[in-house]
Write a new protein. Sequence first.
Length: 218
Amino acid sequence: MKVFICAALLLGSLTMMAQADVVTFESLAGQGDCDQNGCVGYVPDGYGGISWGGLWEYFDFPQYPYTPESGSVRVFTTAYGTYGEVPFFFVTPQVFDGAWFAGVPDETVYFNLYDDGTLVFQSPSIDVSSGTVDTPDGPVVNPVFLASGYSGQVDEVAVFSPANGLYVMDDVTYHSNGVQAQVPEPASLLLMGAGLLAVLSYAGWRRRRAAAMLTRRG
């Protein structure tokens, strides 16, 4: 019985970890205004459970140094060159985990987190080009993750930058209260799944062993 309780708890933790929402924007690929290079358009309100307010656009074609974290689609702000924050709003309050950024050297961003119009937390700042690596074919800008650092619910996230429009954002991640905040890496999921299989296999082995002993005694 204890074995099955442990297995249920492990399975429950896997389910909870899988419930974090990651907005990848990939379903927008191939939509909007398209030409031979690719497509661009405004992120529709409600997409991914977020109101974007006409302040964010997406595009799906390669453009250095604006590297997507996953797939081909990422978003940028329409507030080109402005100093200050560009917000997006959760349809219902959520715990915001963070997002991935890439862009030009020396461009920095941080999050201002709001709940009901009140600033409740400010994240650390990162350089969006800090993931740059040199290769034989030239520099490659890898996206970097900016964690919010806040575990409470918020209804508004504002990305603050000295020069908006010089970065892209991808894989916006959030979760509801009571759900594991961090989305595990695929290797972690495989490891946890292997652990669950081991627990169930051990339970089956004990049942077979007990049955064999009863047969011998009979």
